[in-house]
Design a protein around this ligand. Structure first.
Ligand code: ZN
Length: 289
């Protein structure tokens, strides 16, 4: 059993385990590996970046190529599982740290898909390593391949405005990319996060009974339902902390200096990220974004 797998097992089989305990167990985050999540469904990556892919009898559905180096290694990892060609490449969202490197898949004939709202971002902030989508979708859509159904789901604004959540029908796994990095804070400062809509999206996940695990775009291979609840509660506690202090005229520095979220103190990344997260939420109330 690898070290990182030990973390996941500890988190899933010990429901009474505090979040902080699960997140502070050390694990090897450097090596990128393929992990089978369910029949035909795999995740590839390491602590830095993570994608999923689906293998069918008629080809492969790949997601987020990340960057050209990652994409080349990712393609080789898929080839270790199957000789089938990659037929589809689906972007979870437009951020450069996930959407670069698609050329290797496009060159073998894959159809590149994203939500339609990503197009304006690709146009406004182009990157030479980003392949523009061949197809876009507006609302939920099923991608059918080799008798499998890969569900592309749009929950509205949350982490930006073009995030697709994905699920292989019959598998208890949601691919949620940056909406959840299991058992770590990882929030930081990003102008296109909408914290209220993000928390609403996570509540919608929690209301669905058709999944037990989430795969994030960073971090360990997967988390349980508690990873979604943890992220949602942290967002809600941040907003509940900042909103009244903003109304009282406190500065963002005063808010950061006095901040303490005991439930999350021991969660991976808390010390590094809590200040930036507060600053982000401050701007939500200060600037409306
Ligand atoms: Zn992102």
């Amino acid at each position: 059993m690898t070290l990182f797998r030990a973390v996941v097992v500890a988190a899933l089989v010990c429901p009474g385990l505090a979040w902080g305990q699960a997140s502070t167990i050390p694990f090897d985050y450097r090596e990128r590996v393929t992990t089978e999540l369910a029949p035909g469904l795999y995740t590839y990556g390491n602590f830095g970046r993570r994608s999923i892919f689906v293998v069918t009898s008629e080809g492969v559905i790949a997601t987020d190529p990340v960057d050209p180096k990652f994409a080349a290694d990712y393609r080789a990892a898929i080839r270790k599982v199957t000789d089938q060609p990659v037929k589809y490449l689906v972007y979870s969202h437009q951020h450069w740290d996930h959407a670069r490197g698609g050329k290797i898949f496009k060159d073998e004939g894959a159809t590149v898909i994203s939500h339609e709202n990503c197009l304006v971002h690709f146009a406004n902030t182009p990157h030479p390593d980003i392949v523009r989508p061949d197809r876009t979708i507006r609302a939920n859509e099923d991608l059918k391949l080799g008798g499998n159904t890969f569900k592309l789901m749009y929950f509205g604004r949350n982490h930006g405005d073009c995030m697709l959540v994905m699920q292989l029908e019959g598998a208890d796994v949601l691919y949620v990319n940056d909406l959840v990095t299991p058992y770590s804070i990882g929030l930081g400062f990003m102008p296109d996060y909408d914290p209220k809509e993000w928390a609403r999206t996570l509540r919608e996940f929690e209301a669905r009974p058709d999944w037990q695990r989430v795969v994030g775009g960073h971090g360990i291979p997967f988390g349980g339902r508690d990873a979604v609840t943890q992220r949602r509660k942290f967002l809600e506690q941040l907003m509940a902390y900042v909103e009244p202090l903003y109304a009282q005229g406190k500065t963002v520095d005063e808010m950061i200096a006095a901040a303490d979220f005991p439930e999350f103190r021991d969660v991976r990344g808390y010390k590094e990220q809590v200040g930036r997260a507060i600053e982000r939420i401050y701007h939500y109330y200060e600037m409306g974004w």
